[in-house]
Design a binder for this molecule. Sequence first.
Ligand SMILES: Cc1cc2nc3c(=O)[nH]c(=O)nc-3n(C[C@H](O)[C@H](O)[C@H](O)COP(=O)(O)OP(=O)(O)OC[C@H]3O[C@@H](n4cnc5c(N)ncnc54)[C@H](O)[C@@H]3O)c2cc1C
Length: 396
Amino acid sequence: MNRRDFLKLLALLAVSTYLGSSTSTKKDRIVIVGAGIVGSALGYELAKAGANVTLIDKAQPGSQASTNSFSWINATYPKQPYAYNFFSQLGIDAYKSLAPELNFQIKWSGSLEWFANKQIETDSFKQLANIMRYKQYTPVEVISASDANQLEPKVIFKKNTKVIFSKSDGAIDALDAIHKLTNQIKQYGGKIIYPCEYLSSNYKNGKLLSIKTNQGEIEADKVIFTSGIDTNALTGKSFLKEATPGIILKSKPTKDAMNRMLIGPGIHVHQQNNGVVVIGEQTGAPPTHKERLKQKPNKFPEIIGKQHGERLLQQTNLLFQEKLNLDLDQISIGWRPLPKDGLPIIGWLPNRPNSYIATMHSGVSLAAIVAKVASQEILDGVSSTLLKEFRPSRFF
Ligand SMILES: Cc1cc2nc3c(=O)[nH]c(=O)nc-3n(C[C@H](O)[C@H](O)[C@H](O)COP(=O)(O)OP(=O)(O)OC[C@H]3O[C@@H](n4cnc5c(N)ncnc54)[C@H](O)[C@@H]3O)c2cc1C
């Protein structure tokens, strides 16, 4: 879809039913709680439209899930039901529209995915067929091992392996994107405040007056929670299940390690435009580590981090014909915000006036589209049919 068609479609899908909050004036004071990729992208769209934006973060922009993510932008077959898949497809279009505005570093190389065993392969192909029943899905092809090798000569694809080639996937440098978004918010006259922790909202006669933070009170006409794994605690509602950890490893920049995103058994790997190789592990933490992980740390104790790093580098090398010789630069633990039913949660909160929420897994894939659609809802008082399936009201 080209940029003009994409923007037209968004306008069409916004219908002007009232959605639980008064329409804003452009100078309403909007405070966004959480400067991950979702809050930063939303703050950018709101500030660009002329709103008075303050974006706060209890630590610093990009300190949580967004930076410790594999950063794969996709609308692949596990994104079901179809409403979610379609929204994710628009997510790709939204990035294509947004990226040139801010010079985002996105590598649109597509992904190759293959499986540990026949059972997983069969189940995945069933899910793929389910999505391909619809008229519109992201360009995808199932290719043979030898065709996959043409695309990715350094990788080992065993004979008879079937590979899903998802052609429109991309990988973004999420921290770089957050820095560009937050800088631009400031250019538009918005404020970015951190460390600044949201504590509570202050209402009078059902009207939001301000929010209380550990840095003092901030006057607000609207508050938006883009607070990732802290969403339950901040809204007093159980939207998310227990966050699960994932290890992300980044190498120092290296030359031409691979062309595409590789979604291999147990390991995901891609190379950013700047040469950094990003590796994500898919098997969660063993139960014996539960105690250490209780506080949801983003870092390992040094020795454990080193051990994990070496183990993951070895595992990654098994995908390749020749060892990659990567220099480990960074290893971190990311915590996934996981809505209880797997679907994004976006919209006005039914139990709190002028309070909006946007939280989801795959927030990196969806940040650009969420920002475009939610900013329309917040500023213009419209209700987008695109978000019909994702309303917070389903939890009440
Ligand atoms: C290992 C791993 C791999 C992943 N891979 C992918 C992928 O490939 N593709 C994809 O689309 N998604 C992926 N995800 C999911 C994705 O990273 C998240 O969905 C996304 O980053 C969520 O963005 P966010 O802005 O909502 O949250 P976050 O980035 O977590 O930002 C929330 C912010 O809110 C702040 N905050 C919290 N409480 C308060 C408070 N009281 N006051 C002020 N600020 C507060 C936090 O400090 C934080 O900065 C992955 C996640 C993990 C962990």
